[in-house]
Design a protein. Structure first.
Length: 514
C-alpha cells in the first residue's frame, strides 16, 4: 500500500500496511461492505484508508479528483474522540484541514483553491462531513446531502434506517455533469453486536446480494482447563488452531498480545466474548447447558460436507417439533455435525415422508446410516397414534432407541467432545448450516429457572424451547456412541437390510476440516 507522502507534500510519511482481512476488504467493490472484529484490530484505520485510496482512484476532470464523504458515529462525543481522531491520524490537517461548526467539515480546498496537490500533477478536492446521529434532526441533515461514499463507525450502534439513508444519498457526487463518480458505496465497521441486532440478521441470516461481510479473527482464544473442574483459560491467538487465523494488528500495539490479555482480568465474560473473542453478544439469561462450547473453535468456517464411505449418525427428537441431526465421526474420534432437519408444527409421519427422507435420499444418497431416537419416541405419537419408531422403520430408516433418556449422561456425552482437543484440533466440529443447533449451543439451550421468595432457583434440567429439540437429538447420537457397544450398532443404508456395524470411519480428507 502506498504511503500518503507519495501523493503530496505532507511533512511526515504515513505508511499503511493492510491486514489479511483488510486486503480482502479493500479488494471488494460491493456497494455495502462491513467489517466486524475485536477491539484494537484496526477496523477504523481500515475504513479511513479505504476512503483515502478511493479518493485517489477517482477519475480526474480538468485535473481535479472530486469526492465528498460522510463519516457517521452515534454521538458527537464519540464522533470527535474516535472516528475523527482516527481520521486525523491517517489524514492529517496538513492535507485536509477540519473546521468545527454546526457540521464538522474537512476540506482539502483550504490548502489551495483547487484542493490538495498530488504528486501526479492532479488535485484532490475532498470534502469530509463528520456527522453524529443522536437526534432526529441529525437524520434530516443526512437527507439533504449528495455523497460519494459514507463510513458508518460502530455501525451496530446506529439504526438500520441511517444505513439505508446513507446509500440513498451516495452515487450523487460528483454529478454526471462533473464527470461522475468512479466508485460509490457505504462501508461499516463494528465490534460484534447482539444476536438480535439488524446486523446479525443481515450478516448471518439474510445475506443480501449487495452486501459483503468481513470478520476478523479473535484476539485471544478460550480454552478448556486441564480438567473439567478447572476454569477456562485465555491465551493469545497466535494462529495455533487450524482454521482460525492469527490475531490481526498485533504489530501496531506497543504491548503486542498483552494489549488484549491485560483486558481479561476484571472484565465480565460477556465483555471478553464480544471485544476479545470477537463473538456475537447475546441477551441470553440463565445458565447454559454447555458453557464449554466456543463458537470460534467448534464452529467450522464453511459448511461441512459428508465424507464418502462414512456412515451418517442420525439423532431424532420426537413430538410436534420433530428434529433430525446428522453427524459423522472420524477414525481420530472427531465428531462432525453436518446438518439439521427441523419440522415446524408438523406430524412425525409427514415430517419423515415429506421432509427428512427426501433430504437423506438426495443430499446424502449412498451413505450408510446409524440412527437413534428419543426413548420417549416408543410412545404413541400425537398425530396418528402410531409408534414413532415404527414410523421411522417403516420409512426405511432403521432406528433404535437411545440407551438412556436420563439428562446427566446425555449432557456429559456431548460435553466430553467439547472439552477435548485431538492432535491440536477440537473433538467437536459444527457446520454453520446447523443454524438452530448452533444458537442452542451458544446459550439458548439453558437450564430452566423459577423465581422463589428467596430468589431464582436453577432447575437441574433444561427448559423446553425451540433450541432444546436439536440439542436433544444431538445428545441421543453422543450418548449412543458412548454407551452402546460397537457390535450392537446398526449400520444400514436407507431401504437396505442390516449390515455389519462401522461406527468409526476412515478420516480421509479430514485434514481440511475448516
Amino acid at each position: 500500500m502506498k504511503s500518503l507522502a507519495q501523493f503530496g507534500e505532507d511533512t511526515r510519511p504515513i505508511t499503511y500496511e493492510p491486514t489479511p482481512t483488510g486486503r480482502l476488504f479493500h479488494g471488494s467493490n460491493a456497494p455495502f461492505r462491513a467489517i466486524m472484529g475485536p477491539v484494537g484490530s484496526g477496523k477504523s484505520s481500515m475504513c479511513v484508508m479505504e476512503l483515502w485510496t478511493r479518493a485517489l482512484d477517482q477519475q480526474p476532470q480538468n485535473g481535479v479528483r472530486k469526492v465528498r464523504y460522510a463519516i457517521i458515529r452515534g454521538t458527537y462525543g464519540e464522533l470527535i474522540n474516535t472516528a475523527m481522531k482516527t481520521w486525523k491520524e491517517w489524514v492529517p490537517e496538513t492535507i485536509c484541514p477540519i473546521s468545527m461548526g454546526i457540521i464538522i467539515v474537512g476540506d482539502t480546498k483550504k490548502i489551495t483553491p483547487r484542493g490538495f496537490p498530488l504528486a501526479d500533477g492532479t488535485y484532490l478536492d475532498m470534502e469530509v462531513l463528520f456527522l453524529a446521529q443522536e437526534r432526529e434532526e441529525d437524520l434530516k441533515k443526512l437527507k439533504s446531502l449528495e455523497l460519494t461514499m459514507a463510513w458508518v463507525n460502530e455501525a451496530s450502534e446506529i439504526e438500520k434506517a441511517v444505513i439505508q439513508k446513507c446509500w440513498e444519498r451516495c452515487r450523487r457526487y460528483p454529478s454526471k455533469a462533473m464527470g461522475g463518480y468512479t466508485f460509490s458505496g457505504v462501508i461499516l465497521d463494528t465490534n460484534p453486536p447482539d444476536e438480535d441486532s439488524w446486523y446479525f440478521e443481515l450478516a448471518e441470516k439474510e445475506h443480501p446480494s449487495t452486501w459483503q461481510f468481513f470478520r476478523q479473527p479473535p484476539a485471544i482464544l478460550e480454552m478448556p482447563g486441564k480438567s473439567p473442574e478447572d476454569p477456562k483459560m485465555y491465551i493469545p491467538n497466535q494462529g495455533q488452531i487450524p482454521g482460525i487465523p492469527r490475531c490481526e494488528n498485533v504489530e501496531n500495539h506497543t504491548a503486542g498480545f498483552d494489549y488484549w490479555m491485560d483486558l481479561v482480568p476484571g472484565n465480565t465474560r460477556e465483555y471478553v466474548k464480544v471485544f476479545l473473542l470477537g463473538q456475537y453478544g447475546s441477551n441470553v439469561t440463565g445458565k447454559p447447558v454447555w458453557p464449554n462450547y466456543n463458537d470460534d473453535i467448534h464452529c467450522a468456517r464453511t459448511e461441512l460436507e459428508p465424507f464418502r464411505g462414512a456412515p451418517l449418525l442420525l439423532g431424532w427428537d420426537m413430538g410436534l417439533t420433530p428434529v433430525a441431526i446428522i453427524a459423522q465421526r472420524t477414525s481420530m474420534g472427531i465428531l462432525r455435525v453436518i446438518d439439521e432437519i427441523i419440522g415446524n408444527d408438523v406430524g412425525l409421519r409427514q415430517f419423515i415422508r415429506d421432509v427428512a427422507k427426501p433430504v437423506l435420499q438426495t443430499k446424502y444418497s449412498g451413505h450408510e446410516i446409524m440412527s437413534w431416537s428419543d426413548p420417549a419416541g416408543n410412545e404413541r405419537s400425537d398425530s396418528d397414534e402410531a409408534r414413532c419408531l415404527d414410523e421411522l422403520n417403516r420409512a426405511g430408516i432403521p432406528t433404535s432407541m437411545a440407551p438412556t433418556n436420563l439428562f446427566p449422561p446425555r449432557r456429559e456425552a456431548v460435553d466430553s467432545y467439547l472439552r477435548k482437543m485431538i492432535m491440536g484440533r477440537p473433538a467437536f466440529l459444527l457446520s454453520p448450516r446447523c443454524v438452530v443447533l448452533r444458537q442452542g449451543m451458544k446459550g439458548k439451550y439453558k437450564y430452566a429457572q423459577t423465581r422463589t421468595p428467596t430468589g431464582l432457583r436453577i432447575s437441574p434440567r433444561p427448559e423446553k424451547n425451540a433450541w432444546s429439540h436439536p440439542c436433544d437429538a444431538l445428545q441421543y447420537i453422543c450418548v449412543s456412541i458412548e454407551m452402546t457397544s460397537t457390535e450392537a450398532m446398526q449400520d444400514v443404508p436407507i431401504g437396505a437390510g442390516t449390515q455389519a456395524a462401522r461406527p468409526i470411519v476412515n478420516e480421509g480428507q479430514s485434514a481440511a476440516w475448516m
